[in-house]
Every structure is written in C-alpha cells, then in structure tokens.
Design a protein around this ligand. Structure first.
Ligand code: FES
Length: 126
C-alpha cells in the first residue's frame, strides 16, 4: 500500500511526520500513530481540522517564480473524499486543507494548530 509522509508543524511548537496510506486521511493516520489533531465533524463541514499547506515534494510557496502564489497547490498534494464544504474557494487557493477528509498524493508539510484555525475563522470571543 503506497503511503506518503505528511509532516505536521505546530507553529512555535513540535513537528511530527506521519506516514499516511493512500486509503486513509491525515487525521486517521495521525490517530493510528498515537497522535492527536483537533477535529469536530470529520466530514469537511466545520473547519476544525484545518491545516495550511507549506510544501509539496520539496517545493514551497517561496519557490513560486510566477508570483501567482500557486507554487504549492492543494490539488497537487491531496485528494478529498468529499467536498471540503468548510472552505471557500479563496481558502483553497491560499493552501488551506481539511485534514479529516484529505488523503495525500505526495510528501508534504502542513502547518496545524489553533493559530492556523484562527487565520481561517474569525473568533467571536476576541
Ligand atoms: S473535522 Fe470538521 S471539517 Fe474536519
């Protein structure tokens, strides 16, 4: 069964690399490996599990030569089991990915944690 290494990077925190099989999601593989990621619905509807793609097969956004911000494209890195309803098209263009329904197609690095989630969702409590 082919798998891809997904490196999860908590901002100002730890890093963890998980081997994710083709038939499982990043969230499932992380839990199988004894780790935790935040989640709510596990169906792509709430956005709790969001991460931000940093690198695909060694290519980062800083490697973008065209300036259109598409050097790391979520479509190159992941396939979704169902539509990522919690993400607007501009979020997907910015590299946000729902880890509860995403299976990797390449080795990649993803920023995770509360800071990434607060980039996506306005916090009414602040
Ligand atoms: S847990 Fe709700 S979108 Fe992933």
């Amino acid at each position: 069964m082919p798998s891809h290494d997904v490196t999860l990077e908590w901002i100002n925190g730890p890093t963890r690399t998980v081997a994710v099989d083709a038939d499982e999601t990043v969230l499932q593989a992380t839990e199988r490996a004894g780790g935790t990621l935040p989640y709510g619905c596990r169906t792509g509807a709430c956005g709790t599990c969001v991460g931000r793609l940093l690198e695909v097969d060694g290519v980062t956004k800083a490697d973008d030569r065209t300036g259109d911000g598409r050097a790391v494209d979520v479509d190159d890195a992941f396939t979704y089991r169902r539509a990522p309803r919690a993400l607007k098209p501009r979020h997907q263009d910015d590299g946000y990915v729902l880890l509860c329904i995403a299976s990797p197609r390449a080795d990649c690095r993803v920023a995770v944690g509360s800071q990434v989630q607060s980039e996506l969702v306005d916090n009414p409590w602040k």
